[in-house]
Write a protein that binds this ligand. Sequence first.
Ligand SMILES: [Mg+2]
Length: 261
Amino acid sequence: MASVSIPACTGALLLDIEGTTTPITFVKDILFPYIREHLEDHLSTHWEEDECKEDVYLLKKQIEEDMKQNRACPVHVVDQTVHTDEEKAIRKVVEDVLWQMAADRKSTALKQLQGHMWRTAYASGRIKGEIYPDVVPAIKKWRERGLKVYIYSSGSVEAQKLLFRYSVEGDVVELFDGHFDTTIGAKVEAKSYERIAEKIGCQPEEITFLTDVAREAKAAEEAGLNVLLVVRPGNLELTEEESAHYTLITSFSQLQLTGRA
Ligand SMILES: [Mg+2]
């Protein structure tokens, strides 16, 4: 593997998660199926608790909003096998959630419920955050050399922290100096990277961004960041033009910090 130098002025690394630190299949094959499989059970167990009540309330409001906007809505089938009102109400919430997930809706209501379910799953050890084996050793080395390391992912900050706190490498959340999600802006917009630079307290050119998605790389580049595209198994294929334009790495261990103390 060829080594890749990052600019000597680099003070911070900004890392994407899916397809960069973590297999792109983790969310699709582990996190989302967990929700689908445990949703009804989760609602039944926690139905009377405040947190669950609030999650359900937000989901209902979301559906009402969707109906007002004339978006397609879930069709509720009358299930003859359930009896009590509570069971029926739970069934309806399950259908709503599964429908939102199938439609790939990114509503706050959906994200909040999912976040609560994943928190339980991670804490109980039923799910462990996947991280490629080259990631933690590289980050440790960068930190020893005085670099700061941040995460920028479309998963909520809470979900990001869970992944690293309960990871296959143990609790590594302390390796990061900060986390950003889409509350700072979309990952395909240059403005988001300008805001992140400001928050970190670096000039854009002092930040190196690692991602698997060319559109994100383009936005970061527009904002003046140094960019590396990460090629991992299962990632979306890059076009010839993208491969030619960006510096590609297949492992974090390729990064060389040249010209640094
Ligand atoms: Mg990604």
